[in-house]
Ligand binder design. Structure first.
Ligand SMILES: [Zn+2]
Length: 320
């Protein structure tokens, strides 16, 4: 009887779009080590043979196998009421984060998703648009992204893909034309390659972006919440998050760089895609240490291998 009462009450949270994290995880098969704990629940950890999920109160991201995934809204603490007993503080998440992040990542991509054969690589910037620059090291983002794309193309061809580039020379290509090209050639997958910029020597690490789901807000952009509805690229939300997560995981585990998150944004090159796609910011050219690494051919080749491994990890998830 006590257990029944707990289950009934557990589904009642004041806002309809807010759900108990423990309940959500139980639904995803993470119930085996999930006792209701007394007192303040600040940190939440659940595991099954495939994943360890950690959530912390007031954080706008969750970690899955140690990789940071940004969410629509921070994890919150709420009083969990059981009649005749003192309240227990437990964590809640937004229902849309359960549906758009936890379900596709922990249950895997939709059944029947086929392996991408034709991959379009998009070397960021080009021509009059140099992207970010590091004058001290004589580095321009447009040159690094093109070099990286060419190296990556060879590797992906070796693993049986057809690879096309949105530019193969130092030319300027409009953002919208990059997406149009991918759609015209009927790409199965789109990877936009970039290097990041921030306050000089004060920002470093790796970010992978997927298209923000319709009606939700992008990473660090809560002011824009709900102002943008469903975009064509949102057809692939469940695949996009899997691709972004596997890419970020490959990059972070192999590069050992700072994990700045599996992030959400409505980049122009992602929003009208008719296939899954992500935008990768491998490292900061504004950071002397990170930038110096990529002056070396061997480091760029290794980065290409890691991104190819990220694609392979995504494909392995499609087969499960
Ligand atoms: Zn860029």
């Amino acid at each position: 009887m006590r257990i029944f009462l707990l289950l009934v009450l557990a589904t009642v949270v004041s806002r309809a779009d807010e759900i108990w994290l423990g309940e959500s995880m139980a639904r995803l098969g993470f119930s085996n080590n999930a006792p209701v704990r007394e007192g303040q629940e600040e940190r939440f950890e659940r595991s099954n043979p495939r994943a360890v999920v950690v959530a912390e109160r007031d954080k706008e991201s969750i970690t899955i196998n140690g990789i940071q995934v940004d969410m629509e809204r921070a994890v919150r603490a709420k009083a969990f009421k059981v009649k005749g007993q003192p309240d227990v503080i437990r964590l809640t998440i937004e229902r849309c984060d359960y549906e758009k992040i936890l379900v596709p990542l922990l249950w895997g991509p939709p059944a029947g998703s086929r392996r991408p054969l034709r991959i379009v690589l998009d070397p960021g910037h080009g021509g009059k648009d140099s992207g970010t620059v590091n004058p001290a090291l004589n580095l321009q983002e447009k040159n690094l992204t093109l070099d990286l794309a060419k190296r990556l193309a060879v590797l992906l061809q070796q693993s049986g893909h057809e690879v096309l580039l949105t530019r193969s020379t130092d030319t300027f290509v409009e953002l919208g034309d990059r997406t149009k090209f991918a759609n015209q050639v009927k790409a199965d997958l789109f990877l936009s390659l970039h290097f990041n910029a921030g306050p000089i020597n004060r920002a470093a690490g790796t970010e992978t972006y997927w298209l923000t789901p319709g009606g939700q807000h992008s990473t660090k952009d809560s002011a824009n919440a709900g102002t943008v509805g469903q975009l064509p690229g949102n057809t692939y939300d469940a695949l996009n998050i899997n691709l972004a997560y596997e890419m970020q995981r490959a990059l972070i585990t192999s590069l050992g760089s700072t994990d700045r998150g599996t992030r959400r944004a409505r980049w122009v090159v992602l929003k009208d895609l008719q296939c899954p796609g992500v935008l990768i910011e491998s490292a900061f050219l504004s950071d002397a240490t990170e930038a110096r690494i990529y002056t070396q051919d061997a480091a760029r080749q290794r980065l290409a291998q890691i991104i190819a491994a990220g694609v392979a990890a995504y494909e392995a998830k499609l087969r499960r």
